[in-house]
Design a binder for this molecule. Structure first.
Ligand code: C2E
Ligand code: CA
Ligand code: CA
Length: 625
């Protein structure tokens, strides 16, 4: 299953916290080092000051110039030993050595040091009047601080240098101590800060992550149906393509949804879509994904590519949609057209697979099929010419290539023309005059039907008015598509038309086919009833082509029944056709309808339909459109 948040939310706050902690730790380390250094220097200076003090307070008054010139006598050495023992070798001062101006040691508390030379550099600086010190390892492995102090005696002359050796450990320890103290306090404060801010940081992080997840959800989901949207579907299909597992993309497009949307409003339309999605999700459990790709178009992703499995899912989808939907308390039947394309086989990228599934879908829809059409390259040609036709048809409407022809209808009793049927023609720039039969089915499924209806109604009403003005009072029959009868705005449109052209309602006949009435009966009847209330007459066209019986039409306010010309093609002569024709006439009369015989081409047929009891004849014998 594809999950949200393919791009994970960056751990911004965590990163910030880590960098801050690192930065602060570095700063703390620097401060600790600095403090340690400073404090060591301070301790060292203190130690040096002590040697200065010792020199001033003890050596200056007690030493004699001879002590520094040459090795003192044994008696004097004992005196000096005692002096240093008692007054200088205290508080960490471990050793003292006296050097003469020549740099040679004349006396030392350490055995064996006498006669050694002081380091040149230190000697020179100390003889110059400055105290110098350095740290180095001593003989016993510990570290010592050695300080060279000038010894000024008597007439303020620097007679030599006294070298003090002190334990360095306490000095270093003092530095470390203050370093650790400062560091500890700083780290403690830092830790405290983090403890205080951690929950805040966590909250902020989770809020940011939630927000990012929301944004991602909105970007990949459809609000109305809570399914994936096109973008999300694309992601998923691309993932599937990358995994190279066999899968099929199934497109499902609702029939007549825009009419429902128009009739009930988009809120109800949305509710219906949500219900459709919910049913598909509930019933098509083998579907990996359901997405809403367009207004009333859904995309499903099935694993596997076996046509039998795809067909099974398709029929389950149709079953799932079969129970009527409740829209504003009205039961509405919804069906769908379906097309499928197999991943890899029919395309290796999302766009191609989707386009090919769309081709299959449009072929399925234009053939009015309820089962699924699976893509095949041969469909492409068919679809392209159809698509081109629709595009051209729109153009034709705008550039006045569409015309309305009229075919006369004669009263079988009086032999007088009493009405005409309006038939659409297309004066195509290259293909010549095209009859309605060749393009009306395509137009009906392409969403252009409504514009065609308006055009035919408007044109024929205008013509009717012209005929009327020259004294011709004719019945005008206009054909309607199945879709027109689902359009609840149709009655108002007709009322307005009659009003504008002052056509008595009884003069207008609207022809619908049986098939139209077998659709969403509830809504079609609502429209039919309102047209009937206007006083307009309704005719059942192409009757006898086998969709339903007259008895099922009883519920509709029908005034005319038009016997399909196929019934006459064989009759007279074919007993079965004759029987069906005469039975139909009887039944039509029984529900109080007039009967129009279509396709009357010969005198024999005229006589035949006359003897059957038909009322009106239409066909080439009476007149071509
Ligand atoms: P339809 O309503 O049954 O129209 C009669 C069709 O039969 C017309 O074809 C007409 O030219 C043809 N026809 C008339 N008399 C004869 C005859 O004696 N013999 C033969 N063989 N044919 C005859 P057309 O004009 O091609 O129309 C075909 C269908 O297209 C119509 O069938 C109708 O269902 C539909 N149609 C035509 N105009 C419109 C329109 O304006 N709107 C809608 N929605 N459908 C239309
Ligand atoms: Ca007709
Ligand atoms: Ca007909």
């Amino acid at each position: 299953m594809w999950v949200d948040g393919e791009e994970r939310a960056p751990r911004l706050v965590l990163r910030f916290a880590i960098f801050t902690a690192l930065g602060l730790a570095l700063a703390t380390a620097a401060i600790v080092l600095f403090v340690r250094q400073e404090s060591t220097i301070h301790s060292q200076r203190y130690a040096v000051d002590r040697t200065h003090f010792a020199t001033e307070a003890v050596l200056k008054p007690e030493l004699r110039p001879e002590d520094l010139k040459a090795r003192p006598s044994a008696k004097r050495r004992r005196e000096l030993d005692r002096l240093f023992e008692d007054r200088v070798l205290l508080e960490g001062i471990r050793e003292i050595t006296l050097y003469g101006a020549t740099g040679r040691a004349t006396y030392s508390t350490a055995p064996g040091a006498v006669g050694r030379r002081a380091p040149e550099q230190h000697l020179r600086e100390a003889l110059g009047g400055a105290a110098v010190s350095d740290v180095h390892g001593s003989r016993d492995g510990t570290r010592v601080l050695r300080t060279y102090v000038p010894v000024v005696l008597g007439s303020n002359r620097t007679m030599g240098v006294a070298a003090f050796e002190q334990d360095y450990a306490p000095i270093a320890a003092a530095g470390n101590r203050s370093g650790w103290l400062v560091g500890g306090v700083l780290e403690g404060a830092l830790l405290l800060l983090f403890l205080i801010f951690a929950p805040v940081l966590l909250r902020v992080t989770s809020r940011i992550r939630r927000h990012i997840a929301e944004v991602q959800h909105v970007a990949t989901h459809d609000e109305v149906t809570s399914t994936l949207n096109r973008q999300g579907f694309r992601h998923a299909v691309e993932g599937k393509l990358a995994s190279r597992q066999p899968a099929t993309l199934l497109l499902l497009d609702l029939n007549g949804f825009s009419e429902i949307n128009q009739a009930f409003g988009s809120d109800s339309g949305d509710a219906l879509l949500a219900e459709v999605a919910a049913r598909l999700r509930r019933d098509l459990t083998e579907c990996e994904l359901i997405a809403r790709l367009g207004e009333d178009e859904f995309g499903l992703l099935l694993s596997g590519s076996d046509p039998a499995d795809v067909a099974l899912v398709a029929s389950r989808a149709q079953e799932s949609l079969a129970p009527p939907f409740l829209v504003d308390g009205i039961r509405v039947a919804v069906s769908a057209g379906m097309g499928a394309a197999v991943l890899e086989k029919h395309g290796t990228d999302f766009t191609t697979v989707l386009r090919r599934a769309t081709v299959a879908l449009s072929v399925a829809k234009s053939n009015g099929r309820m089962d699924v059409e699976i893509y095949d390259p041969s469909l492409e040609i068919d679809d392209l010419s159809r698509v081109a036709l629709v595009a051209e048809l729109r153009d034709a409407l705008d550039t006045g290539q569409l015309l309305v022809y009229y075919q006369p209808q004669a009263d079988l009793l009086t032999r007088q023309v009493r009405g005409v049927e309006a038939l659409l023609r297309w004066q195509h720039p290259t293909r010549g005059l095209i009859a309605a039969g060749e393009f009306i089915a395509v137009a009906e499924r392409s969403g252009i039907a409504k514009e065609l209806r308006r055009f035919v109604l408007e044109t024929s009403a205008r013509h009717w008015r012209e005929w009327e003005s020259v004294g011709l009072n004719l019945e005008l029959a206009v054909n309607l598509s199945a879709i027109d009868m689902l359009d609840v705005s149709l009655p108002d449109e007709i009322a307005d038309l009659l009003d504008r052209y002052s056509i008595p309602p009884w003069n207008l006949v609207l022809e619908i086919t049986e098939r139209t009435l077998s659709g969403d009966e509830r809504r079609t009847r609502q429209v039919a009833d309102r047209l009937h209330e206007l006083g307009v007459r309704l005719a059942i066209d192409d009757f006898g082509t086998g969709y339903s019986s007259l008895s099922s039409l009883r519920r509709f306010p029908i005034q005319l029944v038009k016997l399909d010309r196929s019934l006459l093609a064989d009759a007279p002569g074919d007993a079965a056709a004759e029987a069906i024709a005469s039975g139909s006439v009887e039944m039509a009369h029984a529900i109080g309808a007039c009967v129009v015989a279509e396709g009357v081409e010969t005198r024999e047929q005229w006589t035949f339909v006359y003897t059957l009891g038909c009322d009106i004849a239409q066909g080439y014998l009476v007149g071509r459109p």
